[in-house]
Design a protein around this ligand. Sequence first.
Ligand code: IPE
Ligand code: IPE
Ligand code: MG
Length: 252
Amino acid sequence: MSMRDPLYEEERTVLTGGPEADVSKHVAVIMDGSGRWAKERGMPRFAGHKEGVATVVKVVKAAVDRSVEVLTLYTFSTENWKRPKAEIEFILKLPKEFLGVHLPELMANNVRIEVIGDMGKLPVATRKAIQYAMDRTRHNNGLQLNFALNYGSRQEMLVAMKAVFEDLNQQKLSLDDLDEQQFSKYLYTADTTEPDLLIRTGGEKRLSNFLLWQLAYTEFWFSDVLWPDFTEQNFLDALEAYGQRKRRYGGV
Ligand code: IPE
Ligand code: IPE
Ligand code: MG
């Protein structure tokens, strides 16, 4: 991985007509299709999840190379607890395995790791590994890599609303001051820009309770490619497509 490679800057200027061209700073990804990928091969679903980790490595590398500022990966939803226990356990062990192998490389590439979601319900070993990685990478100022883990947008908003009511009650906040910007500060994404681009792999066209507030004006890009088959080129295609979009935010 090369951070902010000068050659890349030059290439981008040539290809897109200049550094002012529209570049997605925050990319959010719904990494879907791993179970079907395995099923197509007559393999158990967990084999798809394992293979999906390799795609995470590729996409993080591509994001670093392309100077993406924030990458938010939907890893486990609040609804995924409905799955068989063995599959849940397998998925929730993957962050520790991933960090065990890749943390040195992430450090070397100046990546900062964060989590959005309720970490409290994750297995202790997973929580410890993530906490360690967050502490280790806290001062890195390259790519911010957010894992949405036990994340659900409705749960996030409920937690936020309860905190708002509490602050109103305790007069730390006045109702007159409560606007969109203030409310945003109560979400897991408080210190993060809203996604510019949302990618969903695996063919489904839905949000599945992901960042409902934050995606209000985000550009969507859907791919039928199953997550374990998703390539760096697919990711670059999405960034390229984003560069062609005209964002109006309700204006003309
Ligand atoms: C997404 O892949 C990963 C998680 C939800 C953890 P799926 O496991 O949903 O794969 P499909 O959609 O069943 O193929
Ligand atoms: C969304 O995928 C959650 C993650 C990718 C972590 P799901 O596979 O859970 O979504 P649905 O069930 O198809 O909506
Ligand atoms: Mg799925």
